[in-house]
Design a binder for this molecule. Structure first.
Ligand SMILES: CC(C)(COP(=O)(O)OP(=O)(O)OC[C@H]1O[C@@H](n2cnc3c(N)ncnc32)[C@H](O)[C@@H]1OP(=O)(O)O)[C@@H](O)C(=O)NCCC(=O)NCCS
Length: 150
C-alpha cells in the first residue's frame, strides 16, 4: 500500500523540518548550503508561521512523516527524507499540494532549481514545471527559474 498525505505543520514538527533541511542533498539544492543551527531554524520557523503569504505541509507516507513542502509568496520548495526518495512519494505529494494551492485560489507557482543539479530538474519537468529563464550570479548561470500553472 502506498498512502501519501499532507498534514498541517505544528510546532512539534519544527525539529523534523530542521533534520530534513540539514541532509546533505537538500543543503546542496538550497541557496544557503551550510548546516543550519537550532537557533537560526527556530527564528526561521517563527517568521514563517507569522507570514500570511505562506502555506506549508508535512508529507506523510503510510502515516510516517517523510517530507516537507512550502509555498511562500508563490515560491515552492520541497524536501524528502533520503530513504524515501525514488518511490513516487514526491510526485504524489506535489500533485496534492498543487490541488491545495488551487483551492487556495493560486493560479501559478514559481521555483528555482540550481543549474548544477540537473537530476532534480528532471523531476520538476515530470511534475509539470516549465523553464522560464536562467538566473545569473556573479555573471555565471546559477539557477533555472521555473513556473507551474495550476
Ligand atoms: C526531488 C525530490 C522531491 C523528488 O521526490 P521523489 O519522491 O524522490 O521523486 P519520485 O519518486 O516521485 O519521482 C517522480 C519521477 O521523477 C523522476 N525522478 C525523481 N528524482 C529524480 C532524479 N534525481 N533524477 C532523475 N529523475 C528523477 C523519477 O524517475 C520519476 O519518474 P517516473 O514518474 O517517470 O517514474 C526528492 O528526491 C528530494 O527531496 N530531493 C532532495 C532535495 C531536492 O532536490 N529538492 C528539490 C529542490 S528544487
Amino acid at each position: 500500500m502506498m498512502n501519501v498525505e499532507l498534514k498541517p505543520v505544528e510546532k512539534k514538527d519544527w525539529k523534523f523540518i530542521l533534520h530534513l533541511r540539514n541532509q546533505e542533498d537538500v543543503r546542496l539544492a538550497c541557496h544557503d548550503t551550510s548546516i543550519i543551527d537550532d537557533e537560526t531554524h527556530l527564528k526561521y520557523m517563527q517568521k514563517m508561521v507569522a507570514d500570511k503569504e505562506k502555506n506549508h505541509w508535512i508529507i506523510t507516507y503510510n502515516k510516517k512523516d517523510v517530507g516537507y513542502i512550502k509555498i511562500v509568496n508563490l515560491e515552492f520548495g520541497s524536501m524528502l527524507l533520503n530513504d524515501y526518495r525514488g518511490k513516487g512519494i514526491g510526485k504524489q505529494a506535489y500533485a496534492l499540494v498543487f490541488k491545495e494551492a488551487k483551492k487556495l485560489g493560486l493560479t501559478k507557482l514559481t521555483a528555482q532549481v540550481k543549474i548544477n543539479r540537473e537530476t532534480s530538474l528532471e523531476f520538476e519537468m515530470k511534475t509539470g514545471w516549465v523553464k522560464k529563464g536562467i538566473i545569473y550570479k556573479n555573471n555565471k548561470p546559477y539557477a533555472f527559474s521555473l513556473e507551474k500553472s495550476l
